[in-house]
Write a protein that binds this ligand. Structure first.
Ligand code: NAD
Length: 340
C-alpha cells in the first residue's frame, strides 16, 4: 500500500497512545504510523501484538531518550510529523521516583525535539513538518472551588510529574522560538476509558469492587477532577495536529468535573446494575478512605472554549455514556474489538 504520509507516535502501547492509533487508523488509513515505545510496565503487550498485525502501523521498541535511535528512525521512514505521548504518567510513582520522571519526560522530550529539528532542517521540511506535544492540565497546579484553567493560566505544578510535564512544554515552545520548529501543544484533563493502567483511579475502583475488597479513596474524596472520555481527547489531538496554526496551545476538556468520592459512587452504582454483588448489597459499602496523597491538588477544571471556537471540537459522548462504556469494557464487553 502507498501511504500519503508517515508520522511517529511515541508511547503508542500505553493508554491514550493506543486509543489514538486505533482511531487514526480508522479515520485516516492513508497515514502510516511508526509507534516508538519502550514497553515499560505501563504498556500493554496485547496492544503491541495487535499493532504488529495492522498494515498501517510499524511498532518499534526503543527509548525516546536514545538519541542514536531517534534521528535515524525519522530519516529511514521519512517521518513528517511527531505526536509525542510517551511519558512516565503516574503521579504516585513520581513521588517515590522523581528522577525517572525527569529522565523520560524532560530529557526524552529534548531528545525527540533535537532529532526532529536536525532531520527536518536537513530535509528542508522544518516549517511544514509538525511536532505535537501531548500534555496535561496538571501543569497549572490546583484550583479552589471556583474558576477554570485557560491557555494563559500561569504554570504552577505541584508534583514531580506535573513539574516534568511543565518543563517539557517549555522546551517545546523554546524549540519553536529558537529553531523555528512547527509545534502544537494540548493540555488535557483526566482521561478515562479502555486500556487505562490498572493502578489509576477508575480501573482500581472497578477491580477492587469486583474483588470484594476495600475501594480506596484518598483523604475525604472531596478532590475534584475534570474527566474526559479518551476517544474525545484523541479526536481533539487529531484536530490540533492536522488543522491548528503553528505555535498554538489548546486546553482540552469536556466539563466533566466530579469529586473522587462522587466518581467512585457512580461507578459502584453502575456495577450494582451491570454486575450485582452475589449478596445483593451495594458496592459503595466497600468504599474506604485512605491517607491523602502528599501535595494532592484540590481541583482541576478546564475551560475548553478555545478549541471549541477555533477548531469546532466537542466531546462526542456525555460523561454518563462514557462512564457506562468504560465500566462495560472493564467487565469484558467489546474487549475483542480492542477499541470500542
Ligand atoms: P501511559 O503511562 O499509559 O503510557 C505511556 C507509554 O509510554 C507506555 O506505553 C510506555 O511504555 C511508554 N514509555 C514510557 N517511557 C518511555 C520511553 N522512555 N521511551 C519510549 N516509550 C516510553 O500514559 P497515558 O496515560 O497514555 O498518557 C500519555 C500522555 O498523555 C502522557 O504524556 C501524559 O502526560 C499525557 N496525559 C495523560 C492524561 C491522563 O489522564 N492519562 C491526561 C492528560 C495528559
Amino acid at each position: 500500500t502507498a501511504f500519503e504520509r508517515t508520522i511517529l507516535v511515541t508511547g503508542g502501547a500505553g493508554f491514550i497512545g493506543s486509543n489514538f492509533i486505533f482511531g487514526l487508523e480508522r479515520r485516516r488509513p492513508e497515514i502510516r504510523v511508526i509507534d516508538l515505545d519502550l514497553l515499560t510496565y505501563a504498556a500493554h503487550p496485547q496492544i503491541w501484538e495487535a499493532q504488529k498485525a495492522m498494515p498501517g502501523v510499524v511498532p518499534v521498541r526503543g527509548d525516546i531518550c536514545d538519541t542514536a535511535l531517534v534521528a535515524p528512525l525519522l530519516e529511514r521512514f521519512d517521518v513528517t510529523g511527531i505526536i509525542h505521548f510517551a511519558a512516565e504518567s503516574h503521579v504516585d510513582n513520581s513521588i517515590s521516583n522523581p528522577q525517572g520522571f525527569v529522565r523520560t519526560n524532560v530529557l526524552g522530550t529534548a531528545s525527540l525535539l533535537t532529532a526532529a529539528v536536525r532531520v527536518w532542517k536537513k530535509k528542508g521540511v522544518l516549517g511544514s513538518a509538525r511536532f505535537h506535544h501531548v500534555s496535561t492540565d496538571e501543569v497549572y497546579g490546583a484550583l479552589g472551588p471556583e474558576g477554570f484553567f485557560v491557555e494563559s493560566t500561569p504554570y504552577a505544578p505541584s508534583s514531580p510529574y506535573s513539574a516534568s510535564k511543565a518543563s517539557s512544554d517549555l522546551l517545546v515552545r523554546a524549540f519553536g522560538r529558537t529553531y523555528g520548529l512547527n509545534y502544537t501543544i494540548s493540555n488535557c484533563s483526566n482521561n478515562f476509558g479502555p486500556w487505562q493502567h490498572a493502578e489509576k483511579l477508575i480501573p482500581t475502583v472497578i477491580r477492587k469492587a469486583l474483588a470484594g475488597e476495600p475501594v480506596p479513596i484518598y483523604g475525604t474524596g472531596a478532590n475534584v477532577r475534570d474527566w474526559l472520555w479518551v476517544g474525545d481527547h484523541c479526536r481533539a489531538i487529531e484536530s490540533i495536529f492536522f488543522d491548528a496554526a503553528p505555535g498554538e496551545t489548546f486546553n482540552v476538556g469536556g466539563h466533566g468535573e466530579r469529586g473522587n468520592l462522587e466518581m467512585a459512587r457512580s461507578i459502584c452504582a453502575l456495577l450494582d446494575r451491570l454486575s450485582p454483588r452475589p449478596d445483593g448489597r451495594p458496592y459503595a459499602a466497600q468504599i474506604a478512605f485512605v491517607s491523602d496523597r502528599p501535595g494532592h491538588d484540590f481541583r482541576y477544571a478546564i475551560d475548553p472554549s478555545k478549541i471549541e471556537r477555533e477548531l469546532g471540537w466537542r466531546p462526542g459522548l456525555t460523561f454518563e455514556q462514557a462512564l457506562e462504556r468504560t465500566v462495560r469494557w472493564y467487565l469484558g464487553e467489546g474487549r475483542a474489538l480492542l477499541s470500542p
